[in-house]
Design a binder for this molecule. Sequence first.
Ligand SMILES: C[S@@+](CC[C@H](N)C(=O)[O-])C[C@H]1O[C@@H](n2cnc3c(N)ncnc32)[C@H](O)[C@@H]1O
Length: 508
Amino acid sequence: MYHVSVDQNYPRSLIQFLVEFNDIALDHQIQAATRGKFQSLPESWIAWASEADDRWKDIMAVYVSDDDQVYNDMPADLHRFIRDSASITLPRSPFFVPEDQAPARVHGVSPKKIHEVWTMASYITALLSTRSVKPIIVDIGAGQGYLSRALSSSPGSFHVLALDSNDSQTAGSIARKDWISMPETVDNVESSNGSGSLTQKTVFIGDATSLKTAIEEWIRDDLQQQSQQPIPVVLVGLHCCGDLTPAILRFVEQSLPQNDVFELVGCVIVGCCYNMCNTTSFPLSRSVSIDLSHLGPLSLDTQHLHLAAQTPLTWDLATPEGVLTSSSAALAIRKVTYRSLLARRLPALYRPEGDLPMCSDVDWRQKRVGRLRDSAYRDFPTYLQAAREKLGLKDNPMAPPGSPEEVKPEYDLSSDLNTGEVFLSRTLEVLYVLRCLLGPPVESLIAVDRYLFLQEAIYNIVNGTDTDATPTNQSSSESDRANGGVKLVNLFDQSTGSLRNLALVWER
Ligand SMILES: C[S@@+](CC[C@H](N)C(=O)[O-])C[C@H]1O[C@@H](n2cnc3c(N)ncnc32)[C@H](O)[C@@H]1O
């Protein structure tokens, strides 16, 4: 089965690229708007961006195109940045297509979820089909148990332990019987005569002990399996959000030495929600730490983690004729730009950044503009009115309460964009899109770091030494083995809406 090839120099190239353009990642558009200055963009980029409307569409055209065409006299170094950000990102096209068709429709389950569950269950079943001893499976962060149910049913018919920290998810998973027919259950554990079983439990996976205890109790109390040999276990997780993926990887590292009850023989983990990660969860691997110490400084802070969720390639912008037409991307960009321009019209006291004192009619840190209806973004005055109502502000928040209002132009919360703000808004759009282009390289670096961490852990156990486990090109099963059986696999088709499609796979 195909997987992403991670060249030896790839982590270093990613780090060099992200270090070079780190100022852009950190130049948040709200701060740029309130300062009225773009600290990260060269003058030539700002001049080009502010010259005409919708310059961000030229950027996207360069990003998605197959040739080196330059649009509207774009500066050469800007063009290079865009092309490099596209080419340095891990490929994301799906590598695995299940032989069987997914169920067409399942009541109450989105087509995206059906695609993910069906593809992942098919992949895991195919991956494990050649093993001499059938492993049992632990589904971590199982949610409503869609994947667990698919794996415990035919054709895989695995014994599955579904773990989730949220009691209502576990209860929902137990209650759901409507998708994929399952054998009769007895006390929430199906009797197994060659058939699979499903056990759901609420467990918070924080340290290695919680997962180890949950697996041992399951084997002893629910499966009632006793064997002279440790039982082979595979860990799976579909969209293990935030720090759940690093927690699983640390568990693998600590559990690799022999255990009397079970033996870890593989994992298939798809992460998600990088914005929920603790910034201390990067880097995990020794090799990325070393590269960072030579090429850094680069720490992935909250801004980077938010950007990692961006997938500009899926913005649905390019038609076959190369005309950019997406209204949803345009709306998203307009939302960000209007929000930044609003911050500029607010006195410093009301702005989100900085350690500001409480003010009389709004505590900014508690009261955010939040979600507004799409029609609020028709034009800037409409947006200002909607935002004002949401924040409980007057036309001019500087006017003392009860006094006749004297509208200071800079804090005016009703008038349309002035000429300076029109120029500013064009560059804000460009800045935002450029920052989004950094998201996929950031996600690539996080994925490669996790991949290397797992590989190093396996090397250390197998070789009993502290090996420098930089990966080599992985295109053959031979190099698979050289990499300890660790690989990155694009499982899902992003065009179905499954944006987090990269699985970290290991098989012993
Ligand atoms: C994005 S959802 C995915 C759910 C399911 N795998 C799916 O694809 O439908 C992530 C799940 O992980 C659970 N979770 C998050 N952190 C966890 C932890 N530390 N231990 C156990 N479960 C956790 C959440 O409660 C949530 O149900």
